[in-house]
Structures are given as structure tokens and as C-alpha cells.
Design a protein around this ligand. Structure first.
Ligand code: AVI
Length: 308
């Protein structure tokens, strides 16, 4: 974390990597975001699962499947797929992988009490170690990478992440990928700048975390949350804008950081895809897309891709 903060705050323009958002408070704020009326992604993807989970499981062949989820969080949407798998194969093994131990424990307790026939084996790991945790043995596997988390990577890195997944899969295994689609600018901007200010708090939480973990003295109120639609790059950008000229000290790094009034820290990109742009990424990673499901407005896509 120190190395990342040092790199980002001494760069021009200043940046902080989005993985820094997800301490306990940040993970809770993200969960709150997923319930906001403006944040259409979660409910839209859930509606796609509610309508098509049986078809998704059926399209992955006749053999029983084991489900593995990268960055599972509290796994609130996954129940729909687990129930569909149980309708087909009576029982299902589910391996959620996430950095948050508490989220994993909560997911295990909730899913095993709510769904008869599910066996949950959580792995606490970040996404790179998490890939190594993909169980190798036995059954056909379906790796879930949902929520459009793939959109938080640069396109080249997204290809690399999926290649790493692909390397750990065998022919006949599957990837189920959720991808948020390009849509009108206002809908996109509101999703990342909600009326209740939860996304602003999520964005500023990175400063609170740096204060706590690296002994910095950021005043989060002196940084304004900004969401911008970058049309040319097809991405929502989040920034923190310094409202005044100021200097911040990060004691653990022995670092003084100067901000001009209006200077920004770029904290996140969230790429929005077209059918072609997501297909290109998935195919360059060595998968073959077999099917895609969307909601009625075509706001979100879920892609089933074969490892071959
Ligand atoms: C986790 N990820 C897919 C979210 C997104 O929409 O890019 C993170 C997020 N950032 C702001 N709101 C939500």
C-alpha cells in the first residue's frame, strides 16, 4: 500500500489505484452503493440472473458444475445461480474468493442457511492470489466474474486478468462475465454521483484510509468528489479535487504532497463496453463466447465464454 500511495501521489497527474478503496469501511460503502437507486448496475445484473440463471447453467453442458466467484463480496446475486445449479444437479459446491474475511463468513452462513444443497468453501485472497486458489481438481468449473469489475482495469490489463483465469481452467470449463454497457451520459454520471453522496464518501474514504494506515493528515472535506464521462475512452472517471491550495503530510512515507487549488487525484476508471469491445477482450484472453444475456434496455450484459 505504501509503495502504491508513494507512486500515485508523486506522479503527474496524481493517481491512487482503485483497490485502495476496499478496506472494511470502503467495502461497506460499496455495498451501500449497490443498493442506491442511481446505481443501476447491481439490480440490472440481478434481474438478468433472475430471468436467465437456468439457461446460463443449462448452456454450460450436462456435467455437474462447481461455481467459483472472483471478488465475491457478500455474494448477494450469486444465490440465483446457485439455486439454478441445484435445480439441475441437486447439490452445488461454491467457492467465493474475496479479500474480506467477514464478507466471506457472512456469505457462507447466509447461503448455507437459505439454500438447501449448497456447500460453501470460501477462500480469503486478493484477486491475484485468488486466481491461484481456483481449485484444480475434479469437476467442470464455472468461474463467475460479475458486477462489471472487469471494467475497473485498463483494457490491456483486463485481457491479462482474463488470460490468467484462462490459464487455470481446462477445456470444457467456463467463464461467466458481467459487463456494464455504454448508455446515455446522464444515467452513467448519476450512477457515480448519487444524490445521497454515498459515492462521494466512498471516493473520499481512500484518504481516510491513508490517514489511518500511513499516518497522513488529509482533510477529506477539502477534496471534492468528481465523476466524469470520458467519451473517447468509454469510461467513467472518478477524481478527488483539492478545493484549495494545500500541503498534506504522509508520515509513514516521509512525504509532503502539495496540491494546487483545483488539482485532482484520479482514483478510478470504470469502463463501459459495447458488444464488440467486450468480445474483443474476452476473445483476446483465449475464450470463445458462446452466449450473452441482456436486460430489456440492453444496459448490462452477461457473457458465457468457453475455455477451449
Ligand atoms: C466494483 N466496481 C465494478 C464498481 C464500478 O461501478 O466500477 C466500483 C464503483 N465505483 C464507484 N461506484 C462503484
Amino acid at each position: 500500500m505504501g509503495a502504491e500511495v508513494m507512486r500515485g501521489l508523486t506522479a503527474t497527474p496524481k493517481t491512487l489505484s482503485p483497490w485502495l478503496f476496499y478496506d472494511e469501511a470502503g467495502s461497506r460503502l460499496f455495498e451501500a452503493i449497490t443498493r442506491l437507486p442511481e446505481y443501476y448496475l447491481t439490480r440490472t445484473e440481478r434481474a438478468i440472473f433472475a430471468q436467465h440463471a437456468d439457461a446460463m447453467i443449462a448452456s454450460a453442458g450436462d456435467e455437474p458444475l462447481k461455481l467459483i466467484e472472483l471478488g465475491a463480496g457478500t455474494a448477494t446475486k450469486t444465490g440465483l445461480l446457485l439455486r439454478a445449479a441445484i435445480r439441475k444437479q441437486n447439490t452445488v459446491e461454491y467457492v467465493p474468493i474475496d479479500v474480506s474475511q467477514s464478507a466471506m463468513q457472512a456469505a457462507k452462513a447466509r447461503l448455507e442457511s437459505e439454500i438447501r444443497g449448497v456447500h460453501v468453501e470460501p477462500r480469503v485472497a486478493d484477486y491475484t492470489d485468488g486466481l491461484a486458489e481456483i481449485p484444480a481438481e475434479g469437476m467442470r468449473r464455472m468461474v463467475l466474474y460479475i458486477g462489471s469489475s472487469i471494467g475497473n482495469f485498463e483494457p490491456e490489463d483486463a485481457v491479462e486478468v482474463l488470460r490468467e483465469v484462462r490459464k487455470r481452467l481446462a477445456p470444457g470449463d467456463w467463464l461467466l462475465l458481467g459487463a456494464d454497457r455504454v448508455k446515455d451520459r446522464q444515467t452513467l454520471l448519476h450512477a457515480y454521483d448519487d444524490g445521497a453522496g454515498i459515492t462521494a464518501e466512498f471516493n473520499r474514504n481512500v484518504l481516510v484510509r491513508i490517514n489511518r494506515e500511513l499516518g497522513a493528515n488529509f482533510n477529506p472535506r477539502l477534496f471534492r468528489h468528481l465523476a466524469r464521462w470520458n467519451e473517447a475512452k468509454s469510461r467513467i472517471e472518478m477524481h478527488l479535487e483539492s478545493v484549495t491550495a494545500q500541503m498534506v503530510i504522509v508520515s509513514a512515507l516521509d512525504l509532503e504532497v502539495r496540491f494546487a487549488a483545483g488539482e485532482t487525484i484520479h482514483t478510478e476508471n470504470s469502463y463501459k463496453f459495447t458488444d464488440e469491445s467486450i468480445r474483443r477482450i474476452v476473445e483476446r484472453a483465449g475464450f470463445r463466447i458462446e452466449r450473452c444475456w441482456m436486460d430489456a434496455l440492453a444496459w448490462f450484459g452477461v457473457y458465457l465464454a468457453a475455455s477451449y
